[in-house]
Design a binder for this molecule. Structure first.
Ligand code: AIR
Length: 185
């Protein structure tokens, strides 16, 4: 059963927000993929997260991908390590945008997953993020950017996110200039 997160919304009633399907190859991927879930929740985007392995549950994974659009998803995030074929399998079975997060779970620390995810043949794109936690966080933000094209509320939250990033740098510069304001180590 997928773990669900409901929408946080101030949208007019009657306009259901699209959800994001977050699939990962194993439960061992969750600590990294939590970054994607945190980002989605921060933008108030509903999601469902579940384990779907390209190698261990290939049929179920393909079926979930085929049904994703009908089930109200607007974008798909996948995270997998080792020979990470999850992005490719899901993209093969869906026309929804697929965002891939290569995970550093193998002895090659994610380089294998990066190449397996990014090197898609022409015609079947997987938007591939960085390896690991930054990639997972960016996958959540990128999904928000996709959904924002039809949702002004998410667009507003993305602008606020950008402003927050800039404010943090301004604050750090202030601390650099004024040593007394620096946080104690
Ligand atoms: N994996 C699982 N099925 C297919 C792949 N590529 C990946 C998972 C995880 C790694 O294999 O995404 O990163 C190890 O999984 P486990 O379950 O052995 O911890």
């Amino acid at each position: 059963m997928a773990r669900r997160h409901p929408a946080r919304t101030s949208r007019p009633p009657g306009r259901r927000p699209l959800k994001v399907w977050v699939a990962m190859g194993s439960d061992s991927d969750l600590p990294v993929m939590e970054e994607a879930l945190r980002a989605l929740a921060g933008f108030g985007i509903p999601y469902e997260v579940e384990i779907a392995s390209a190698h261990r549950t290939p049929q179920a994974t393909a079926e979930r991908a085929r049904n994703a659009e009908r089930r109200g998803f607007g974008a798909i995030i996948v995270g997998a390590g080792h020979a990470a074929h999850l992005g490719g399998i899901v993209a093969a079975h869906s026309t929804l945008p697929v965002i891939g997060v290569p995970l550093p779970s193998s002895s090659l620390q994610g380089l294998d997953a990066l190449l397996s995810t990014v090197q898609m043949p022409g015609g079947v794109p997987v938007a591939t993020m960085a390896i690991g936690k930054s990639g997972a966080q960016n996958a959540g933000i990128f999904a928000a950017q996709i959904l924002a094209t039809r949702d002004p509320e998410i667009r507003r939250r993305l602008h606020a996110h950008k402003a927050q990033l800039a404010a943090k740098v301004t604050e750090k510069n202030r601390a650099l200039r004024e040593p007394a304001a620096r946080p104690k180590a």
